[in-house]
Design a protein around this ligand. Structure first.
Ligand code: MF3
Ligand code: CO
Length: 251
């Protein structure tokens, strides 16, 4: 069953998502040489708590932090630690906040100082692929129309999409139905209906799509060691234009 949110629930979700987006922006502003990923995580945690919300990721399936901070060849689920960011790193920050029982979920990849042209292109193509997918986040299309649009844009630019992890419905649960893959043929999967809230989240590698999870059971890296980027927003399906809920404006 795919949960459909009513107007009352959407009022709460919009607020959860605003807090989440503001936490992502705050993290992005902290990305510079010398800053530890743990310091960014602490700032994200303290900000979310100060808003009266809860960090959605903290203790989720045993996850030990409030943000996932994934540097260079780490695709997702990087655990914040004492690593000091250095010039040229690319830093994916994924955050979630729960407000009055509803979650927001969003991510972006940030440049640490000057980065290589390939790294910049990766960040740009990953974000663009989200917006290509978003064109199909409308009533009348199906889930895999989004997936196909993301994959096409990424592969047209010579990069690859991760298969082993997918986007998802988000609401009262951080992860709920449906799955939103970043690959596949169009015209498959559930039809999109007004009131669905989806985390659309392309994960893109410079090299091959294969990833592996390290012994800590979280850190997910590219198998070939190539750079990876991530971009995610929580999106509401409406009877018209999709609404990106994870926007920080007006908080
Ligand atoms: N935003 C990610 C997701 O959509 C990260 C959640 S992983 C967690 O799955 F376990 F840390 F919460
Ligand atoms: Co997500």
């Amino acid at each position: 069953m795919i949960p459909i949110k009513n107007e009352r629930e959407l009022v709460v979700m919009r607020q959860a998502c605003k807090i989440t987006a503001a936490a992502r922006a705050l993290a992005g502003e902290m990305v510079r040489p010398g800053v530890t990923t743990k310091a960014i995580d602490k700032a994200v945690h303290d900000f979310i708590v100060a808003q009266g919300a809860k960090p959605s990721f903290l203790h989720y399936s045993g996850y030990p932090a409030s943000a996932c901070i994934s540097v260079n060849d780490v695709v997702i689920h990087g655990i914040p630690d004492g690593y000091k960011l250095k010039e040229g790193d690319i830093v994916s920050v994924d955050v979630g906040a729960c407000w009055k029982g509803f979650h927001g979920d969003c991510a972006a990849t940030f440049a640490c100082g000057r980065i290589s042209p390939t790294a910049q292109k990766l960040i740009d193509v990953t974000k663009e692929s989200f917006f290509e997918g978003l064109k199909f986040a409308r009533q009348g299309y199906r889930i895999s129309d989004i997936s196909h649009a993301v994959q096409s844009h990424v592969e047209k630019n010579g990069f690859s999409v991760v298969r082993a992890f997918v986007g998802h419905g988000v609401g009262e649960n951080l992860h709920e139905e449906p799955e939103v893959p970043n690959f596949g043929s169009p015209g498959r999967g559930p039809r999109l209906v007004k009131g669905m809230t989806l985390a659309i989240e392309p994960m893109v590698n410079v090299g091959g799509w294969e990833v592996r999870v390290l012994k800590d059971r979280w850190t997910t890296v590219t198998v070939d060691g190539s750079l990876a980027a991530h971009y995610e927003n929580t999106v509401l399906i409406t009877d018209g234009e999709p609404e990106i809920l994870t926007v920080a404006e007006g908080l």
